[in-house]
Design a protein around this ligand. Sequence first.
Ligand SMILES: *[C@@H]1O[C@H](CO)[C@@H](O)[C@H](O)[C@H]1NC(C)=O
Length: 278
Amino acid sequence: MAKAMLGLLVHLHAALLFVPEPAGGASLTISNSRDVVVDGLRSVSSELFHVVVLQSRGVTVRRVTVDAPADSPNTDGIHVHKSTDVAVYDAAIPTGDDCVSVGPGNSNLWIERVACGPGHGISIGSLGKQQGMAVEAVENVTVKTTWFTGTTNGLRIKTWGSSKRGYVRGVTFADATMSAVANPIIIDQHYCPDGGCAAGQSSGIKITGVEYAGVRGSSSTPVAVSFDCSRTNPCSGITLRDVKLTYRQKSLKLADAASSCRYAQGTASGLVVPPSCL
Ligand SMILES: *[C@@H]1O[C@H](CO)[C@@H](O)[C@H](O)[C@H]1NC(C)=O
């Protein structure tokens, strides 16, 4: 792997501790810190995640650009974990994995003006992979003004099919533009990438209060909106407002897209295309 190149300007407003990331290989990890601004960082071909914010409070990451091949695994652009009051502004993230990923234990996260693609899009989760008693929660997340080009997902929430308990609540996805995105809007509560999950296990993570407002553009698959929620903890309070997604076929011909709902409850208002299945 090419060595990470950092064109880095870090303002230190308070104590900043660099603790090695357990997984290793991230370009930059902000860990156990408060009141940090990362401004104007370019991370090239990180071995793993590019920027990690871990167990921190009051971190602003702005004007970060990432450069990584579409086929590089586990190279999430910005990963936020167990942190509060984190903001990400003005990022451009072509990579091989999630553009921005929001792990468990996060609250009050603001993400604005982020361009993703190629890669896997912006993801809350995955949650529920680790077993154990601790509840996994994500609360109060705003994702505003984003662009997705050729990504596998746009706005995604994913939890493993496992009995692990927890919740995701208070999420706003506003103003997103999709261009040939495989799954522009998706909640997947049966996430299980390498098999090995108990078949039919329903997720113990409860998803409530998720709003999609102003999402437009094209899907590269026929199902543009998919809410595949937990049988035992159905999604509730999902809102769709002003959504217009079209299926762009390989031939570039446009066709109607569809929505798919399982164990999802909510409302739709304004123009919603494909028609809501909530
Ligand atoms: C939600 O998070 C934002 C920052 O992203 C913050 O300004 C706001 O006060 C938070 N809301 C609550 C209810 O904590």
